[in-house]
Structure formats: structure tokens, C-alpha cells
Design a protein around this ligand. Sequence first.
Ligand SMILES: [Zn+2]
Length: 333
Amino acid sequence: MRRVWFVACCLVGGALPALAAPCPGNPNALGTSRTLTVDTKSFPRIGTMQYRNTLPLNDHEVVITFDDGPLPPYTDRVLDALAKECVKATYFLVGTMARANPDAVRRIYNAGHTIGTHSLRHPFSLGDLGLARIANEVDGGIAVVRKAAGDPRAVAPFFRIPGLARSNQAESYLASQKLSVWSADEVADDWHYGITPTQIVRKIMSRLESKNRRGVLLLHDIKAATAMAVPLLLKELKARGYKVVHAVPPGPRPESLPDLPPTMVAAKQGWPRVVAQKAETTGSLTRMPRPIRVATRSDSRARDVRLAAALDKKKSKVQSASAFKTGGLFSAR
Ligand SMILES: [Zn+2]
């Protein structure tokens, strides 16, 4: 009976009532309060940062999303933090990252999260590309993530444009492919080089509180600072009375995907990893100093870390410039 109701509900993009189940080992977990079925017809464009509409969330409800992964070990740290609190999120995976870490794709899915896509190679000017290249990035990303998952039904028709660099042409193509375009309601600026976990939490919480006290949150699970911020964010959301809603696509969902052996980076454990100073707690927000360094197994590895940091800094600049160059971040639609 419930199954029939569920299907009817999905067709209109409706929401299931609270289905929160006990969280094993954590009776005080934040948990996932309800599931929201998001179909493309009802929700073609999502997120007030760029569009008129967003998800129908109630006061103090958030949907948590992560972009750009998967990338062990940070993705795994985020998954651990979410699992500890029984929180379900939505991931927008990049094709090349999924191809390199198919095992992580399956860990995300098997943990019960939703998987959408975020292009094949994460170009910072998708909106400026010709139609053929847009199609290549969109379709290629979906194909690679589906292949990594091993079951196309595991990949939701949810797409987030890299850098939120929208254009009318890109949005028209995504609509023609029956994909929901996800922008966001609040970002954490966690792509900025040098931002600390505490700053990430403060930024997103202050934005959330100063606006609608609800919305789609955008974070990046490939960042060390974000991986460290997620447990603090979940703690803060709970302390301020927020509930987490899990966005899912309509239709059947495979129970689970066969696990794959860990990729080399994950298997190496310990690199790259983040070493943080001991957290201090002041009030409801845990204050954690910025990581003192990214630990390396040998001095030679430090060079890789410096290179990664330099690339990260460059990416941040290019991303900002690109978003505004493509006619701005904002669309009235
Ligand atoms: Zn991205």
C-alpha cells in the first residue's frame, strides 16, 4: 500500500512524511528527517542563487550537496561524518574523478546517498562552450559515472553546472536531456584557498540564518577543510534545530552496488591527510584552528601538496572569473 502511495507521490514531485529511523550507535544523531522526491518536470531548475525556484523545504530544513568528487580520502571522511549522524546527501560527481575512483562512487551510493553529475572534465566555462562540447561534457560525465557505478539506475537525472557558469544554451541542452539543473541556495566558499573548517561552518550558517533558514547547501567533498568542517556543520545544524532532507529521483533505486577494491590513493592511507590542532569548543560552535599542515609520508610528497595547493588557488580565481564572464551567475528563470 505504501509503495503505491510512494509512486503517486513521486509523479508530482512531492515529499514523503518523516521517515526518520533510529541511528545505530548514535541515539542523538541529527538524522535524515524526510525524503523529497525531485522529478525533472516539476523541478527543472533549483536554487535561489540563480533561479526563481528551489526545493519546497520547510522552515529549518536543508538539503546537503557535495560537488567535484569523489576523491579519497576526503570523500571517505565526509562519508564517515554523514554516516555517524545518519545524514543522507546528494553528490554531483565529475566524470574524470569517478573514472579514477569508481570504488568511491559505489561507497557513496551504498551509503544511501543520491548521485548526480557535474560534467566530464569540469570545464570552468561550460556555458561559453559550443553545443557539441556542452553535450560532450554533460553526456560524457553521465556515461562515465554510470559506468563507475555499474548500474545506470544508480545515477539521478540531476546536474550541476561547473562553477555555476550557466548560459541559456547550456540550460536548454540540459532541459532537452530531461535533467534537473541544480544551483544552490547557500554556499560555504569552501573552494577558497586557505579557508578553515570553522570559517566554512560560520559562513554557511550565517548565510542560512540571515536569509530563509532553509535551502540547498553546496559544499565540496574534495577539500581537506570541508572534510573537517562537515562534522562541525552537522553538529551546528542540530544545535540550531535544523533538519536534513534527502533529495531523491523518482523511480526504482538499485538496492546496492557491488563493492570494488579501493584505488591506490585510498589504499595508501595516510596520504594525503590533514593534521589539525586540537579542537576547542566555545558556545555551540566548535572552534577549530586551521589545519597546521597537510601531512606527507615523505618530504618528496610535500611538493605534490604544494602543487595541489597552487592549482587549487588558480582554480578558485578562474572559477570566479568564469562565472561572471558567462553573463553572470544569475538567471531570472
Ligand atoms: Zn564543481
